[in-house]
Design a protein around this ligand. Structure first.
Ligand code: HEM
Length: 475
């Protein structure tokens, strides 16, 4: 089992990589604001919900931004035909891993999110069997148990922030269904460590480029936490490798341990497994929780939609519940754009772009296009059932070879949550503040936590279902 100092070495190795030094001349790019890069970055990151649409209105369909560090050039696209070109771009030229380099110190150098080209292809191939339809069906029973244990504790008639509850739930799902931990002691040790890992402040990530900071408070504490996380994960991997019932275990790690690599004579190493588990944790936890909180909020403020979704939940109509989740992700995209870094000159939308440009498919702009989604401000799940949503106009999970590997997982989890919540409770929104998005890390969360009120429906169908003790002790 790798010793904790492996973690220290990873930290030493993993400084954010400098993105391609070859700068493109602004004159070569579509128009965009002339503000200093720092102000454009604040607008694009912090105020993305108003700044990006404003730039779109001011500069047109395709426009450029300069973002820190190094005044990197971004060209934003949102028309379906342009989005298609970006997602179909040659993966040797359209790299995605570079832009995520800042996550390296925590996710690790083998992380799927950080790799490109052949290395990405190999990692993706090894991870895919744990996310295909058959695997997802295998996880569902465990997800149902965890969701029921969470939902049945909800207080009636009292407003509460659904985002907080969904964050707690998706973390439990990752621990049980992705990591596959069943030992109570290890779960109790993992919870606070994992909680601290998903809450690393963005400033800590940004400061990683400056080694002098590493001995100071927040960075030192991050390394210490990481050493402990690695110790627990490596111990879990080592024990799981010895388990005789791997094939029967309903979790992602157990599936990954059974995958064979036919290009070289080894499958995923312990370090690779560790990096992928931490990646799945960071990529899958808050994103799914945020999407679910927005969905409950939207249903809570529309009694007709809530009633329709309740009927679908009782009838176990997964297609309708999926449409509800999709419409929520359309109105409230969790991630604003999918970005590719050009390793060679390329043409998108008839525009010749030099090497070093970052091309972005803007999820925010595409999802609020009136021509693609008529009446775009309205929450109307039916549009996904009536064949009204053309391809490349809805892509909350990105696209092409980098499309979110957990998209199916989060939809499965979301359908279970809606089925359990809506068949047990009537969901409404407390009077008062309307929700608005706020940027947290890189996700767009509901600023006030998507507060809802629940009232038990007359015939709860799962009052005495499994309740897991570990859940009562959860975060
Ligand atoms: C509603 C929930 C989620 C949203 C909105 C979301 C969104 C995204 C987006 C936009 C990307 C980038 C795609 C691109 O560049 O084209 C991505 C990548 C990724 N997501 Fe998700 N995600 C969600 C849930 C999950 C879950 C549950 C997991 C894992 C359990 C996960 C794991 C990943 C990974 C590993 C990648 C990198 C894929 C690659 O580079 O090949 N995500 N996600």
């Amino acid at each position: 089992m790798p010793a904790p100092d492996v973690t220290e070495q990873r930290f030493a190795r993993m400084r954010p990589r400098r993105v391609d030094a070859a700068r493109v001349r602004p004159g070569d790019l579509p128009p965009g604001p002339r503000l200093p890069a720092i102000l454009q970055s604040i607008g694009a990151l912090r105020f993305r919900h108003t700044f990006i649409p404003a730039m779109h209105r001011r500069y047109g369909e395709v426009f450029s931004l300069r973002l820190v560090p190094e005044g990197r050039n971004f060209v934003l696209f949102s028309r379906p035909e342009h989005v298609k070109e970006i997602f179909a771009g040659d993966p040797e030229v359209f790299h995605a891993g570079k832009g995520n380099a800042i996550l390296g110190p925590v996710m690790g150098e083998h992380s799927l999110l950080l790799l490109d080209s052949g290395q990405h292809r190999r990692a993706r191939k090894l991870l895919m069997p744990a996310f295909n339809g058959r695997a997802l069906r295998g996880y569902e029973d465990l997800v149902v148990r965890l969701v029921r244990a969470e939902v049945e504790r909800w207080p009636e008639h009292e407003p509460f922030a659904s985002l907080g509850r969904m964050n707690a739930l998706t973390l439990e799902v990752i621990l049980h269904v992705v990591f596959g931990v069943t030992d109570e002691d290890r779960l109790a040790q993992l919870r606070p460590v994992v909680h601290r890992t998903v809450n690393i402040p963005p400033l800590v990530f940004l400061g990683w480029a400056f080694p002098a900071l590493h001995r100071l408070g927040p960075w030192r504490r991050t390394v210490e936490n990481q050493v402990e996380l690695d110790r627990l994960i490596f111990a879990e991997i080592a024990e799981r490798r010895l388990a005789s019932d791997l094939a029967d275990r309903p979790d992602v790690l157990s599936r990954l341990l059974q995958v064979e690599d036919d290009e070289s004579d080894h499958a995923l190493t312990d370090e690779e497994l560790r990096d992928q588990l931490v990646t799945l944790l960071l990529a899958g936890h808050e994103t799914t929780a945020t999407a679910l909180a927005w969905t409950l909020y939207e249903l809570g403020q529309d009694p007709d939609q809530e009633a329709r979704a309740h009927s679908a939940a009782v009838a176990d109509d997964s297609d309708y519940l999926e449409a509800v989740l999709k419409e929520s992700l359309r109105l409230h995209p969790v991630i604003p754009m999918a970005v590719r870094h050009l390793m060679a000159p390329a043409t998108v939308g008839g525009i010749d772009l030099p090497r070093g440009t970052n091309v972005a498919a803007s999820i925010v702009l595409a999802h609020q296009s009136e021509s693609s989604h008529p009446d775009h401000t309205r929450f109307r799940p039916e549009r996904f059932l009536e064949g009204e949503v053309p391809t490349n106009t809805w892509f909350p999970f990105g696209g092409g070879v980098r499309r979110c590997i957990g998209a199916g997982f989060s939809m499965m989890e979301g359908v279970v949550v809606l089925r359990e919540v809506l068949s047990a409770y009537r969901v409404t929104r407390p009077s008062g503040r309307t929700e608005v998005p706020r940027v947290r890390n890189i996700t767009s969360v509901p600023r006030h936590g998507a507060r809802i009120v629940v009232t038990r429906r007359s015939s709860p169908h799962h009052g005495d279902q499994a309740r897991s003790d570990d859940f009562r002790n959860g975060p």
